[in-house]
Design a protein around this ligand. Structure first.
Ligand code: HEM
Length: 240
């Protein structure tokens, strides 16, 4: 693994991080309270403790959905639209990446196509997370209104359980995997090491650089020096 470059690149804005982190925290609370409710359902028990977990589950569900929608509404539309395009538009290059990536672990000569802001594995996880969450929200609201709907209960439970494995894969990449865990800063302070970003997301870094040069050439860079070397609008920053 190469050592750090001495520079950071801004990967996610405050709103993008708030969106991820509110979903992350509430999702885990929903998973835990949901598991307890499933346990009670299996035992056929309906005591007041179960009702407390149901209330906690519903409240967290409202924060999950309401929080995510509010943050999207407050954030910059252009940023969300770009993320939607980069995450949800699949092309043949994604299939090539998904085929070549696992092979490249065994054969160094095989190279998957370079990634933009997100690689194709992240795009697959995003599709699972998005459609899974929407289905959970819709079936959850329906269950709230119609407590006895077996179909809604089955859909809600199976989607929740089905998302556990991909979520564990996502967490493994974010926290444990040596190649990718350096990206964890992106959801904490929004920044990652520039060289690491060049290795993992070369198309994105190149695009950021071009945007920067364009801004500079228009003499509208907003370049300021706050005691550290900055390459324009604080996108690429010298580490303190
Ligand atoms: C402990 C739990 C979690 C950790 C440590 C974590 C970590 C991360 C990190 C570091 C990134 C940015 C990767 C990059 O630089 O591109 C990310 C992105 C993302 N996360 Fe999470 N996350 C967690 C839970 C969740 C949950 C619960 C969801 C949704 C249900 C979620 C959905 C996403 C999505 C859609 C992305 C963008 C695509 C990607 O980068 O994979 N995450 N997460």
């Amino acid at each position: 693994m190469k050592r750090g470059s001495g520079y950071n690149i801004v990967r996610f804005s405050v709103c993008e991080r708030m969106f991820h982190n509110i979903v992350m925290v509430t999702y885990f609370l929903l998973l835990m309270t949901g598991m307890v409710i499933i346990g009670y359902n299996f035992q056929g028990e309906r005591n007041s403790l179960r009702e407390i977990f149901v209330l906690a589950h519903k409240t967290t569900g409202v924060i999950f959905l309401g929080g995510a929608i509010l943050i999207v509404l407050c954030g910059k539309r252009a940023v969300w639209m770009e993320n939607v395009r980069l995450l949800f538009v699949f092309t043949l290059r994604d299939i090539e990446w998904l085929v070549k990536k696992p092979v490249s672990i065994l054969f160094r000569g095989v190279k998957p196509p370079p990634a933009d802001k997100f690689n194709s594995g992240q795009k697959v996880w995003s599709a699972i997370a998005f459609f899974g969450s929407v289905t959970l929200a819709v079936s959850g609201i329906y269950l709230w209104m119609n407590r006895l709907s077996i179909l809604a209960l089955l859909i809600h439970t199976f989607i929740a359980l089905g998302m556990i494995l991909p979520l564990m894969g996502h967490m493994y990449m974010a926290i444990i995997n040596r190649e990718t865990r350096a990206g964890i800063g992106s959801i904490v302070n929004g920044k990652v090491d520039l060289r690491w970003a060049e290795d993992h997301y070369p198309v994105w870094v190149e695009r950021k650089r071009r945007e920067l040069l364009k801004r500079k050439s228009r003499k509208k860079t907003g370049l300021k020096k706050r005691g550290k070397k900055t390459f324009g609008l604080y996108d690429i920053q010298e580490k303190r």
